[in-house]
Ligand binder design. Structure first.
Ligand SMILES: O=C(CO)COP(=O)(O)O
Length: 250
């Protein structure tokens, strides 16, 4: 049985004080038995967030990391630094990073491999652009990105990885994929994992849907056979909305 996982991707939003106030509001509420709840915040907020979630079931994630442990990489943050902070998750290969910061399948793969060196669980994002969807390339794009990200991972590591299927045209647009469409692509991604590893690994790995998930549509996704949670941007920023998302994942 795969444990559902709701992860808020705060992107470049919130100060330290706002992050702590958020946790104080959702404490005890965005904690639903059987659902994993993760807040992925800007680097600057991570120490305060880790402190704020102590004694709760809420976990903290970063939104990126470098693959090297240290070195001359001005402006970068490594896995050892995130581990040092007590961070449990890291989002890798988000489409905004692929688009604006030149992330490639190769760098996503290096980062995914590196995350396991520090006991950090990667949430690897895959998903097609609108023109790729219209050209009927959705599954092919997701296959290439999934294979690229998982290259060199052991079956055990792959089973622990979280994949987030985020069709780019659905991010921040209010145009979400239908639950049936999202489930079909996600079931296909699971088939890809099966063909790379085995059935057991594919059945263990969790795959989220992301793209305009809101409190009023989250349960539709969660009812699908292969969708194990959601990676949520805009609707994760308000405490009441975040609580509703976690409750909707039951
Ligand atoms: O990019 C996303 C999460 O990583 C999705 O963002 P929205 O939920 O705002 O569409």
């Amino acid at each position: 049985m795969r444990k559902p996982i709701i992860a808020g991707n705060w992107k470049m939003f919130k100060t330290i004080a706002e992050s702590v106030a958020f946790v104080n509001e959702v404490k005890g509420k965005a904690e639903v038995s059987g659902v994993e709840s993760v807040l992925c915040a800007p680097y600057t907020n991570l120490p305060a967030l880790v402190e704020a979630v102590k004694g709760t079931e809420i976990k903290v994630g970063a939104q990126n990391m470098h693959w090297e442990e240290n070195g001359a990489f001005t402006g970068e943050i490594s896995g050892v630094m995130l581990k040092d902070l007590g961070v449990h998750y890291v989002i890798l290969g988000h489409s905004e990073r692929r688009q604006y910061f030149a992330e490639t399948d190769e760098t996503v793969n290096k980062k995914t491999l590196a995350a396991f060196n520090y006991g950090i669980t990667p949430i690897v994002c895959v998903g097609e652009k609108l023109e790729e969807r219209e050209a009927g390339q959705t599954k092919e794009v997701c296959r290439v990105q999934t294979e690229g990200a998982l290259k060199g991972l052991s079956a055990e590591q792959a089973a622990q990885t979280v994949i987030a299927y985020e069709p780019i045209w659905a991010i921040g647009t209010g145009k979400s994929s239908t639950a049936d469409d999202a489930n079909e692509v996600i079931a296909y991604i699971r088939e890809v994992v099966k063909s790379l590893y085995n059935e057991q690994t594919a059945e263990a790995l969790r795959i989220q849907y992301g793209g305009s998930v809101k409190p009023n549509n989250v349960s539709e996704y969660m009812q699908q056979s292969d969708i194990d949670g959601a990676l949520v941007g805009g609707a994760s920023l308000e405490p009441a909305s975040y609580i509703a998302l976690v409750e909707g994942a039951k």
